[in-house]
Structure formats: structure tokens, C-alpha cells
Design a protein around this ligand. Structure first.
Ligand code: GLN
Length: 304
């Protein structure tokens, strides 16, 4: 399979879509990024990789952090994690409050904001600084020791986190959070503000395509079965309320973020990350989803 050629073709054909979509600006610092950027990196377990465009440019990973925070919490709690957060698609926007009251403050899944706040609560109760633990985890997974969170983005989100705070207080009222709301929100804003490139993120996700083991270091992150389960959750819940449409078009487990990144894995083969900040109405990268659709269509490789 000539992936180099496929990525180059995608890079060429995607150009008319760049600048379409809307850059997230409800976190003001995110709104400063140019909407027409595009990068893509595909990495294999043996270290080979293919990159196009802005694949080496760091961007705000935002909700992609939910995947890795959930991995850490799953490492810590195992199946008990599912006492704290569900694993069903929500069918609602990532920051929706509407389901929480009906369901007694139990979030539908770890990849919407409410669920991620519970996951961050788990990490806050186990680590002195949850965000530092996550940053260190990301450095180990990607092999890039320079990864950190962007303090300006974290500050900007914290200043505009009314909705997330509302969710956290609401869940706290149902006894769903152990730690103080302020502590959870600060850690959550910082984890969302972690900055990584497509290359970093594709490498960081590779353990999911490799039975739970980081291929180059041999470190086991999760057992093969938990890694399968986490990938299954990405498939059903990783792209917000557009998860059905995404799977229809792309056919891969994936996690997206409002910074415009999407990371996806093809089990036993490779991991890919695409970045383009213009978002569609669900908050997924408009060009990113199209690029992944072309990737699986042109290569004939998806999970189906
Ligand atoms: N930090 C963002 C928020 O909480 C993350 C949302 C996202 O990427 N979908 O609103």
C-alpha cells in the first residue's frame, strides 16, 4: 500500500476545504489559530511514518486529552471506572447538560465533557497534580519529552469555563465528584491545553493499535482486552454526537478535539492524526474528517 502517495493526494485534494468550517473561539485563545492549516501523520508500529503539511506543528489537543486521561484512569481503576462513568454514546453535544439531570449526574461516557470531568476527578484523587501526571504520560507515549500544556490556553479556558463548572457542581450535588470542583476544573483546563503535533499524537495513540503496548519502548499501557475496549469506546463515542456519521464515513475508532485534531487507529496496523482547525457543526475538524474518509477509502483499510 503506497501510503505516502495517498497522503500526498489527500493533501492536494483537501486544499479547497481549508478555511471552511469555524475555528472554535468560545475559548478565546483557540480563536487565534489560522483556520486553513492542515497536517497529517500516519505512523506504524515499526517506526515508519508518513507526514504531510503541518504534521510537525503543535496545536491544542483539547478533547483528545480525554482519551489519554481515560487511559490513565482505566489503568488505575480497571472495570470499576464504569461505576463512575457510563459507556454509551450520548447523542448530545459534548458540552450538553441536558442528560445529566435525567440520569442522576452519571455521565454517559468519558469522552463528553461531563464524563471527562469525572475522569479528571479520579486522576485528581490519585495524583498530587493530575495535569502533570497526564503531561508525563503523554511524553512517555509519544517519546517527545518537550510536550507540555499551554498556560495561556489553560487560563483562557478557565476564565470561560462557566458551562463546565456548572456541570461539575451539578455532578457534585449527586455525589459524583470526590474532589473540590475548582481543583477538578483547573486540572481539566490544563489537560485540554496540552499542545502536541500530529506526529506526537499519532505516536501516542499507537499503543491502542498494538495490543496496549508502546511498540518502541515495550511499555505495557493496558492489557490487550482493555485496549480493545477503549478503542471500542472511541468508535461509539469519540466524535461527540456525530459518532454515527463519522463511523459511517471513516470506519475507524477515533477521538477528536475542538482544537481541530482527530486521532484514529487501525488495530494491528497504524495510528493516524490529522489537524485542521476549521470545525463542522458538531465540533469535529471539517477537513480532518474528510481527510480520514479519503484515507480509508483510498487505502481500502478500515476496521470493516
Ligand atoms: N476544553 C474544551 C471544553 O471543555 C474541550 C471540548 C472539545 O474539544 N470538544 O469545552
Amino acid at each position: 500500500m503506497d501510503y505516502a502517495h495517498i497522503l500526498e493526494r489527500i493533501h492536494r485534494d483537501i486544499q479547497p476545504l481549508l478555511g471552511q468550517g469555524k475555528v472554535a473561539d468560545y475559548i478565546p485563545e483557540l480563536g487565534k489559530v489560522r483556520g486553513d492549516r492542515f497536517g497529517m501523520a500516519l505512523v506504524f508500529a515499526d517506526g515508519r511514518s508518513h507526514c504531510v503539511g503541518d504534521a510537525a506543528v503543535p496545536f491544542s489537543i483539547q478533547s483528545i486529552s480525554k482519551l489519554f486521561a481515560c487511559t490513565l484512569a482505566f489503568q488505575l481503576l480497571g472495570e470499576d471506572l464504569w461505576q463512575r462513568v457510563g459507556r454509551e454514546p450520548s447523542g448530545n453535544a459534548f458540552n450538553s447538560l441536558v442528560q445529566l439531570e435525567y440520569e442522576q449526574g452519571l455521565p454517559r461516557n468519558p469522552f463528553i465533557n461531563a464524563g471527562a470531568l469525572v475522569v479528571t476527578d479520579v486522576l485528581c484523587s490519585r495524583f498530587v497534580q493530575a495535569e502533570t501526571a497526564l503531561v508525563q504520560f503523554m511524553r512517555r507515549l509519544s517519546g517527545n519529552p518537550a510536550i507540555d500544556y499551554d498556560t495561556r490556553v489553560a487560563q483562557s479556558e478557565s476564565e470561560h469555563a462557566e458551562r463546565n463548572r456548572a456541570m461539575a457542581y451539578f455532578m457534585k450535588s449527586f455525589g459524583r465528584l470526590e474532589m473540590p470542583v475548582d481543583k477538578v476544573i483547573e486540572a481539566y483546563c490544563r489537560q485540554c491545553a496540552i499542545t502536541m503535533s500530529c506526529q506526537d499524537l499519532a505516536r501516542a495513540a499507537l499503543f491502542l493499535a498494538h495490543g496496549g503496548v508502546v511498540p518502541w519502548s515495550g511499555e505495557r499501557i493496558l492489557g490487550a482486552s482493555p485496549a480493545k475496549r477503549l478503542s471500542a469506546l472511541m468508535l461509539t463515542c469519540g466524535t461527540y454526537d456525530a459518532a454515527g456519521d463519522f463511523v459511517y464515513r471513516v470506519g475507524l475508532p477515533a477521538k477528536s478535539g475542538v482544537g481541530g485534531g482527530i486521532v484514529a487507529v487501525l488495530p494491528h496496523r497504524w495510528a493516524v492524526c490529522v489537524w485542521s482547525p476549521g470545525l463542522d457543526h458538531s465540533g469535529n475538524s471539517l477537513a480532518g474528517v474528510q481527510a480520514l474518509e479519503w484515507l480509508t477509502t483510498l487505502s481500502g483499510h478500515s476496521i470493516f
